[in-house]
Design a protein around this ligand. Structure first.
Ligand code: ARG
Length: 463
């Protein structure tokens, strides 16, 4: 492509470090889409004849079907996807192929291809997240009033409802969706026509290509257009945060599915056995999801490190942007799909949840609140009285509701029979009706509100 200036070909090692075709062939569809839009624009601005543009557009379609059919010989000597496609176009249509690169450069070309690719991945992530939200909503609705222990420090804290716990993830994933949407909206500007770095003297029309490729507008500064990868970094940041959320639920599934907890049963479809211990059923999918954040965060750090300190505009360092993002996107989408399957398939063990919820003195706060409300004790004193009752129960190896009225009154003689009404876990969760609280009525309201929101969202997507 630059034979005019060079007498010798590259060293084999140079070719090895320089070529990107082994991975950037994943951009083939976007590259061809971008080139077809560019050819159309060149014809409509009179820079190319209609017949040349038509030959180019047809030739590019042929190449796309060759590539998608696995029928294309990629060459490392041709460096990257852009030159592989252009060389093949030359073979197919001859002279007009050489006119395609008018008014553009590989710098704006790769920036365009990569934005299109990342945009697709953001859309796929949003789709995966919306589906996973619905999976959590189904779980929440089914178990809006199932009682389980709520934890702080992984120590039993207060009883909560299963539905409430599931809805916490619906909230987190909802913010993930909005992060991907924000990133998508900001990245949706077209670098095409920025050319190498300074724009071009040809009378191109960047609005035409932007529109044809589904961008909102062309990037306003050609130096910026070819040299920033912040769109990929925003995608990776959103992906990292999302992977962190998935990792937390994955960890809960690992704990909950253990013989010591028995809170959930994972389906056979998302578990594995042990080759030596016949009794084992391992939560491998959950463990792998828990781990995916490692490579996704790694990609985020790697690309940020590649980009820091690069002078404007393009530098070849930026070719190192792709593999990390490809791997991170693959990892995230796979993790979302696996989590979706696991959440849909998992079965909560209601009895184990309730038994666990009732142990560990989980209603101690309810007792303290009762002392404040009914006997007018300052909260600090109520805390003290309750602590003494917990100690008494602990010494006897029983739970709070198992103490007798006489026992209880020996610590504070103002206490009446009515206190036992607040020591049960169902009463406890039902009483927490504050907005965002764990009461089944609150959970059901949140489920309904989210369903409406998601349905509206899906309706809006179709229009
Ligand atoms: N393969 C290159 C990349 O991924 C394409 C851009 C090459 N541009 C250049 N000026 N050498 O970045």
């Amino acid at each position: 492509m630059w034979g005019g200036r060079f007498a010798a070909g590259p060293d084999a090692i140079m070719e090895a470090i320089n070529a990107s075709i082994s991975f950037d062939k994943r951009l083939a569809r976007q590259d061809i889409e971008g080139s077809r839009a560019h050819a159309t624009m060149l014809a409509s601005t009179g820079i190319l004849t209609d017949s040349d543009a038509e030959a180019i557009r047809e030739g590019l379609l042929t190449i796309l079907s060759e590539i998608e059919g696995g029928d294309f010989a990629f060459s490392a000597a041709l460096e990257d996807i852009h030159m592989n496609v252009e060389a093949r176009l030359k073979e197919l249509i001859g002279e007009p192929a050489g006119r395609l690169h008018t008014g553009r450069s590989r710098n704006d070309q790769v920036a365009t291809d990569f934005r299109l690719w990342v945009r697709d991945q953001a859309d796929a992530a949003i789709g995966g997240l919306l589906s996973l939200q619905r999976a959590f909503l189904d779980q929440a609705e089914a178990g809006a009033d199932w009682v389980m222990p709520g934890f702080t420090h992984l120590q039993t804290a207060q009883p909560v409802t299963w539905g409430h716990h599931m809805m916490a993830y619906v909230e987190m994933l909802g913010r993930d969706v909005s992060r991907f949407r924000d990133a998508r909206a900001r990245m949706n500007e077209s670098p095409l026509g920025a050319a190498a770095l300074a724009g071009t003297s040809f009378p191109i029309d960047r609005e035409i290509t932007a529109k044809a490729l589904g961008f909102d507008r062309p990037c306003a500064n050609s130096l910026d257009a070819v040299s920033d990868r912040d769109f990929a970094l925003e995608f990776l940041s959103a992906a990292t945060i999302c992977a962190m959320h998935l990792s937390r639920f994955a960890e809960e599934l690992v704990i909950w599915s253990s013989a010591q907890f028995r809170f959930v049963r994972l389906s056979d479809r998302f578990s594995t056995g042990s080759s030596i211990m016949p009794q084992k059923k391992n939560p491998d999918a959950a463990e792998l999801i828990r781990a995916k954040i490692g490579r996704i965060l790694g990609a985020n750090v790697a690309l940020l490190t590649v980009m820091k300190g690069l002078p404007l505009a393009y530098s070849k360092d930026m070719q190192e942007d792709k593999e990390q993002v490809f791997d991170a996107a693959d990892s995230l989408l796979l993790a979302l799909a696996a989590m979706d399957g696991m959440v849909r398939d998992m079965t909560a063990n209601r009895d184990a949840l309730e038994t666990a919820a009732a142990s560990g003195f989980s209603t101690a706060t309810d007792l303290a609140d009762w002392l404040v409300r009914e006997l007018g004790l300052p909260f600090r004193d109520a805390h003290h009285v309750t602590g003494a009752l917990v100690k008494m129960a602990e010494d006897r190896g029983v739970d709070l509701p198992d103490l007798s009225l006489a026992d209880v009154r020996s610590v504070h003689d103002g206490i009446t029979e009515a206190v036992f009404g607040v020591l049960g876990v169902h009463n406890s969760v039902a009483s927490r009706t504050s907005y965002g609280g764990t009461a089944p009525a609150q959970v059901r309201a949140q489920v309904a509100a989210w369903r409406e929101r998601l349905d509206k969202d899906a309706g809006a997507d179709q229009t």
